[in-house]
Structure formats: structure tokens, C-alpha cells
Write a protein that binds this ligand. Sequence first.
Ligand code: PLP
Length: 436
Amino acid sequence: MLHYVSTRDADHDVSLSTALQEGLAPDGGLYVPEHLPELSPAAFDGCDTVETIAERLLTPFFDGDRLEGDLPGICEAMYGFPVPLRELGRGTNVLELFHGPTAAFKDVGARFLADSLARLNEDADQPLTILVATSGDTGAAVAAAFWRKPNVEVVVLYPKGKVSDRQEKQLTGWDDNVQTVAVDGVFDDCQQLVKQAFQDETWNERKRLSSANSINIGRLLPQMTYYAVASLRHWRTHGTRPNIIVPSGNLGNGLACLYARECGLPIGEVVFATNENRPVTHYLESGTYEAFETQQTLATAMDVGDPSNMERLRHHWPSAEALRETIHAERVTDEEIATQIERGPDAWGETWCPHTATAAEVRDRLDPDDAHDWILVATAHPAKFPEVVEPRVGHDVDIPEHLAEVMARSKEVPLIEPTMDGLGEAVFASEPSGSA
Ligand SMILES: *Cc1c(COP(=O)(O)O)cnc(C)c1O
């Protein structure tokens, strides 16, 4: 059986199912696999689709768990869309992680978690209620993933007027088991309400509460499959290990890439591309970890001043020296992001989203004679960020069909004051009172 341990206590070990349901360890640490399995490229012989590669990779991570027999079904449920790796020329490839329902890489982690939690709660008397505070993209991915799944329900809180028009449309098109509430406040008010609900007696009597935030190991494991798929395709065609540039903020996607490499997948160098937020580059340069105030940039989904996955990185690579031998990190300014978006169509024939543009900038910083193959990770579709992208490429960006479908369902949602009374009224209004 593969156990999962807390980053703060190696003696606290739990099963995969427990780690998925708890999210955070009771001591406040993050769950990590006790050890990483070894899988050579040959272990994937006969696996050609994303679903079969995912199943092969994740099998040892499910070893001995209640969900072991469910893994093939979970892999089917988390994909169902392609993961293209396209050659752009000059030794450069782009890995498109935006073909899921909300057009960003977070879909696959959210779908894995939704399907796993639905299965774990199959026989529960009461559905599991996931509370999410969102400043945009995570809430949309979680809502889409849990929508109409049995035995789970979701309440999404977002700050009214603080998310873009298009983001709001992605948050408000749900019904049945997914409820969205607009809060007259800022993101921190939403997060505060979620915290209060977890401590509130009435809420805990009436609901079985859980979270689906980005620190859940259930968001990380499925993301490893992206890097298995990409590196195996490259390996099978070229026989070489590609270097990979991952646009990074909270460092979950980058860490998933490192896990895949540790397992034995044919991956060369891994570079974290960050925006102007400097916790990672500062740590690697100075050797001292410092949290920074979060700075707003054009690549908003990467605006993180104190990335939670740093705790996992420092657990596996305890010194700055060890981490320096593992990754490179490059910081990219807003001006450089803007220039990359502008140049994308001519230089590469690509319209970059602001996050992917950081990877393109890192690619451009390389020696022009660099002979390695590089994979730029495209974390979102550019149509998610029209305000940033369209003026710089000089035309509208077509919205992918699946995203247009999500947005077309958008409707009025309740707007509440940032109080527990307001939240209670919005959420319990539709239910018979006096339970518990
Ligand atoms: C979340 C996100 C990122 C950052 O990913 P981390 O796992 O937090 O490092 C990058 N790009 C997009 C589009 C995202 O939504």
C-alpha cells in the first residue's frame, strides 16, 4: 500500500482516500506520497491514449486504497478531451492543457477529485458539500467538475465585481448540485465566510463540509499525467528527453512535473516560469525562503506571494542547494508578457494566454544555438483573458466551443452581504428547515 504522509510529520500516514477527503493534514501540513514509484518509459508500452497512460502512471499511487478498482473509471472521467503536443519549429513544442470544459489546466485535477469524492461518498446518507471561495478560475473548474455528480454538492463564493465578465459567466451557469453565490466584498471576505462555515455549529449539523482547494493531493496526482503523456510522446518520436517550461504560481503544476520526472518519465530540465511575484526566484538566489506580498500582474492566476506547494518542494528538496539542482526558475515582467503576446502570432504562429506567455519569454531567453528540445506548457486558452490578449494581437480571439457552452448557461445568482446570515439564507433557502 502506498501511504501519504504529512509534510510536518512523517509518522502521520494515511491512505489515498483519507488524504483526498481531508485535503489538509490535521497538523496543518500537506499530504505527499511516502515514496514515489519507479516507472521506466518501457512500463508504458502499449499505453497510447491519455486515459491508459494516466491509469498506468497512477496505479501505484492507488495501491491498496479503497479506490484502487475505480482507477480506470476515474481516468476516463478526468479526461475525455485531448492533450495536444504540437511542434512549433526551432526545437520548440507547445503542450496544450486547455481543452477541458473551462479551458485551463485545472480542469483535470478538479475532475479527478470530483469523481474520486463522488465514488468515496456513494453510500453516504448525506452528500458531501464542497465549499470554495474563488477569485476566478479555480471556482469555475471545480463547479464544472462536480456539476451533476452524485452524492457531492458545491457552493462557490466569488467577490461581485472583482472577477472579469467572462470569469463571472463561467461561475454562474450551474444548477442542481452546484450553487454559486456572489458576495458584496473582496476575495478575502469569501475566504473568511468559508472558514467561518467550517467552524459553525449549524453548518456542521446540516452539512458534511469539505474543500477542494489547490493543496489537495488530489489536484497534484492527476496533473502528473500531463507530463507523462507529453514526455512519452516526445520520447517515442525523437528518443530524447524534452526540457519543460511550466508557468507557475502556487507551484502545483510544476511540482507535478517534477514528480513525473522522479518516477522515471523521460523529462530533462524543468524550468518554472513565474510572473513578477518573486518567492521562488528569491529563494533560489538567496537561499532563504521569504513570503512576499502578492503583486498583481497580467498573469493573474499566477499572482501568489507565498505559494503553498513550497512546503512540499522543501519537504522533498530540503535545502535551496538541493532545489537548485532540481529546477530553474525565471521571473518574467508584465512588459515581457505583453511583448510575448504581441509577438506570438509572428514568432510562433500562436496566440498566447498571459500565463503561457511567461513560458514563451523563458524560451526566448535561451541561447539561440541551444540544441535541446523544449516544451512550453500552455496553461489556459487565450480567450479566457480577452482584456489582456485582444488589444495586443489586434483582433478578437474565438471562444472554444466548450467554454462558450459553459458561459451561455450563465444566469442571475444571489448577491449577499459578506455575513454568515447572508450566506445561510442563500444556501439553505431552497431546503426544508429544521433538519438535524
Ligand atoms: C493556476 C494557474 C497557473 C499556476 O499554476 P500553479 O499550479 O498554481 O503553479 C498558471 N496558469 C493558469 C492559467 C492557471 O489557471
